[in-house]
Design a protein around this ligand. Sequence first.
Ligand SMILES: [Ca+2]
Ligand SMILES: [Ca+2]
Length: 222
Amino acid sequence: MTTKLRAFASAAAATFLLAAGSAGAAVFVTTTPGPDVGPAAGESFQINFDGPSLPAGVTIAGNGGVTTTGTAPLGDATPFLVTPLDGDSGSVEVRFADFLGNRDVSHFSLYWGSIDSFNTLQLFDRSANQIVTLSGATLLGDLATGSPTDPSANRRVFFTLTGDSQNLGSLRFTSTSPSFEVDSLGFAPIPEPGLWALMLVGVGGLGAAMRRQRGTLARRLA
Ligand SMILES: [Ca+2]
Ligand SMILES: [Ca+2]
């Protein structure tokens, strides 16, 4: 549906626009060098691969899985996700629409370890249409060395989604050579319309209560 555009100036430091598909749909990307700074404030729905099982509503499919062996992302001593798990190339998809209650997403981030030029991340919407694709080469250029010790090649990658791109349902990690390592996904779902309505009713109710109180006070003063 949409394809990657270009990185502005120094990809390693700059925020760049990744995709602009339908009107108002865009994906903005920015990164912070490792060790991991963690998910952004507001990214309260997190998948860290540390538990004995995945959070309810999260599934993993493909030639990838959770591991503690291999090349851990810089500074990461916890289990992480890797693809390929077997062989020299592979792809693994993490689905989380149910985990997020099928809500849209305004922001998400992940910690991408030992970033290789041949790593590719694809974002899919809840109908399994690709929103955008991002390779290690696009993200970092010559800095995508795959080094597990260079902070420049291990980064928290932050995504800001607008318009139709907020309909995020899954991420697919592909590596045509070993390996794509990733950990600590964080998501900021947008409150449901019903919740907004409830909040507005709450604010409205508060206003009415305050008006009643002022009315009472005014009558007392009179
Ligand atoms: Ca972890
Ligand atoms: Ca790697």
